[in-house]
Design a binder for this molecule. Structure first.
Ligand SMILES: C[S@@+](CC[C@H](N)C(=O)[O-])C[C@H]1O[C@@H](n2cnc3c(N)ncnc32)[C@H](O)[C@@H]1O
Length: 264
């Protein structure tokens, strides 16, 4: 699909905001008193633009990891980790626009010093492709009011969207499809840059509300940030994780599986 920048909602995150977002997104993996658990942080971004968020998250994660070594070895440690992220293709994404995908690839290769980092990025429609398994999903999806979707993307595409994401109704923003997709994909931790419209009305019912009802909790949110570029919109940085199952949830599930599947 070849679309204009406006139709793709291609407003790229400026570096200041990307750094703030990355710091909040990565913080949760370094809770006070928690020790690094050694599992690699795989990060997936649908709609990478020029790679601003993936780069900021990769850089921040390497910086945090480097704090485990003495100060005089931290720079070396950051380079080591960034190279590892590249070598192991831990930063991944799907981007609709081939030119933007190339920019993301270049940015990841420059960040990590590894050509293999480019292989984590593919061109495609992230709303209609399976997402790779990742510990953290980050996204700044395209924003488009419900009434403008057919005009910008065509009525056939809108019909496809409604078939795939049935809560897209009334004035619900296109960005809510990305939240519905996240539910369908059963993702883990997620960090979003969302228009404030997502907290209200049809958009809330089509995105945040079902996500919260499906078991995610918001662990951190910074709201009402005026977009620092030329798009006249206020955004929120929203960080989520799946609700931890309590002992009683576990027992309730056990009870359910006994009643529906007595042979287990
Ligand atoms: C708001 S921009 C954000 C870009 C980047 N995440 C950032 O924060 O700078 C949205 C990006 O998603 C891409 N995009 C729009 N619809 C898409 C889709 N269905 N699948 C994949 N990428 C898409 C656009 O081309 C654009 O690069």
């Amino acid at each position: 699909m070849s679309l204009s920048r406006v139709a793709r909602g291609a407003w790229f995150t400026p570096s200041d905001l990307a750094e703030k977002f990355a710091s909040q997104a990565v913080e949760r993996f370094f809770r006070p008193f928690a020790t690094y658990d050694g599992r690699p942080l795989t990060v997936f971004e649908p709609g990478t633009g020029d790679g601003a968020l993936l780069v900021a998250v990769g850089r921040e994660y390497a910086r945090r990891l480097s704090l485990f070594v003495p100060p005089d070895r931290r720079e070396e440690a950051q380079h080591y980790w960034l190279r590892e992220f590249g070598r192991r293709r831990l930063l991944q994404g799907i981007e609709l626009d081939p030119t933007s995908a190339d920019r993301t690839r270049e940015a990841l290769v420059a960040l990590t010093g590894e050509d293999r980092a480019a292989e984590g990025i593919r061109v495609g429609d992230a709303l209609f492709e399976p997402w790779p398994r990742a510990r953290l999903v980050v996204a700044n999806p395209p924003y488009l009011g419900g009434g403008k979707i057919s005009g910008a993307l065509g009525s056939d595409y809108r019909r496809r969207l409604v078939d795939a994401f049935p809560l897209l109704k009334g004035t619900a923003n296109l960005a809510t499809c990305w939240l519905q997709k996240a539910i369908q994909e059963g993702i883990g931790h997620a960090s979003w840059i969302l228009p404030m419209a997502c907290a209200q009305g049809d958009s809330r019912l089509a995105g945040l509300a079902p996500m919260l009802a499906s078991g995610w909790v918001i662990t951190n949110a910074t709201t009402n940030i005026p977009w620092p570029g030329d798009a006249a919109v206020n955004v929120a940085l929203v960080h989520m994780q799946p609700r931890e199952r309590s002992h009683s949830d576990f027992l309730a599930e056990l009870g359910q599986s006994h009643s529906t599947q007595p042979h287990l």
